[in-house]
Ligand binder design. Structure first.
Ligand SMILES: NC(=O)c1ccc[n+]([C@@H]2O[C@H](COP(=O)([O-])OP(=O)(O)OC[C@H]3O[C@@H](n4cnc5c(N)ncnc54)[C@H](OP(=O)(O)O)[C@@H]3O)[C@@H](O)[C@H]2O)c1
Length: 299
């Protein structure tokens, strides 16, 4: 089967190297802008990070798209035919790394580390009341990532509650009761702009938001207002609506908001390649694809 690797803007090299180990003999071509229609017409399988609009119609033999990431929203483009199966990579090591990131940010906020760092800058040695963190944390999305986050937060003493589609019900009362809210939702038509002015207003005064999912879950201008007005204590955003975040973006300079460049966790190329090889074997044998996404649900 002809496989196309399209990891742009990430380098394809680590993935191609890992595929050479996990699936020797693979009929692999690395995407380049110069690929003509004849070459694209041969492609049956795509391993990709994002699918530019206009490319899928040039691949009439395409049967399966596998995401190198956990999220698939950049692959579910409108011109991808409905019959093409889509699956994703689920790396437990990545979920563990993201859980560490969230725990770091939650503890940093709950144990008031920025306050002590500020005092250090002023060379002030002053003891203030400091107790074990038992904050209530709401984790939105309890899938591969959210469940790892909930487990680690519970282990360090937070009181954790999860919310998922299956669980149902309005998020409002849960948002109102949480000291820290963690977004681990997939980006879908239902979850885009989830944190708008209305939902941010539902959050408890003084609460803190951690977003490790996708930047488009948060209406950034509304978050900035919520933090600047003092309604929210702040936020840790590993993802932003525009990545790389432009140097002149207002988010960089909001007291209480921590920006990191989408580094909470990454699937290793080795895991991507191993899971891709498993999927390819299933496709060739006519078995159900592992880690297949529900295209109608969008995740
Ligand atoms: N920052 C990073 O480096 C990084 C790395 C990896 C992943 N991510 C992001 O993390 C997010 C979670 O990934 P994942 O692999 O954990 O996803 P997942 O396994 O598919 O889990 C998604 C969870 O969200 C819930 N959900 C979906 N739509 C919902 C809705 N409308 N209302 C309420 N709950 C809803 C699902 O509910 P059900 O359980 O009922 O289906 C499920 O619990 C994604 O946005 C992904 O792109 C970020």
């Amino acid at each position: 089967m002809k496989v196309l690797l399209l990891t742009h803007p990430m380098s394809p090299v680590p993935f191609a190297d890992a595929l050479a180990q996990a699936a020797p003999g693979l009929d692999l071509r690395v995407w380049d802008k110069a690929m003509d229609d004849e070459a694209l017409a041969q492609v049956e399988v795509l391993l990709a990070w994002r699918l530019p609009v206009g490319l899928a119609p040039r691949m009439p033999r395409l049967r399966w798209v596998c995401s190198v990431a956990a999220g698939v929203e950049k692959l579910l483009v409108p011109d991808l035919p409905a019959a093409v199966a889509v699956s994703r990579t689920v790396d437990p090591g990545q979920a563990f790394a993201i859980a560490q990131y969230v725990t770091l940010m939650a503890l940093r906020h709950a144990r008031r580390l920025p306050r002590h760092e500020g005092l250090q800058r002023e060379r002030v040695w002053r003891r203030e009341p400091s107790f074990a963190a038992r904050h209530r944390v709401l984790v939105l999305g309890t899938g591969a990532t959210g469940s790892a986050i909930a487990q680690m937060l519970s282990a360090v003493g937070f009181e954790v509650q999860g919310w998922s589609r299956r669980r149902g019900g309005e998020a409002g009362p849960l948002l109102a009761a949480a000291d820290i809210v963690v977004c681990a939702l997939p980006l879908t038509a239902q979850t885009e702009r989830f944190f708008d002015a209305g939902r941010l207003a539902q959050m408890k005064p003084g609460a803190y938001l951690v977003n490790i999912a996708r930047g488009a879950h948060v209406v950034e201008a509304d978050l900035i207002d919520a933090v600047r007005s003092g309604h929210l204590a702040g936020a840790a955003l590993d993802v932003q609506s525009s990545e790389p975040l432009p140097a002149d973006h207002a988010l960089w300079a909001v007291d209480g908001i921590t920006i990191t460049p989408h580094i909470a966790g990454e699937a290793t190329p080795q895991t991507v390649a191993r899971q891709f090889a498993e999927g390819l074997a299933a496709l060739q044998a006519g078995r159900p694809l592992p880690r297949q996404v529900d295209r109608a649900a969008g995740y």
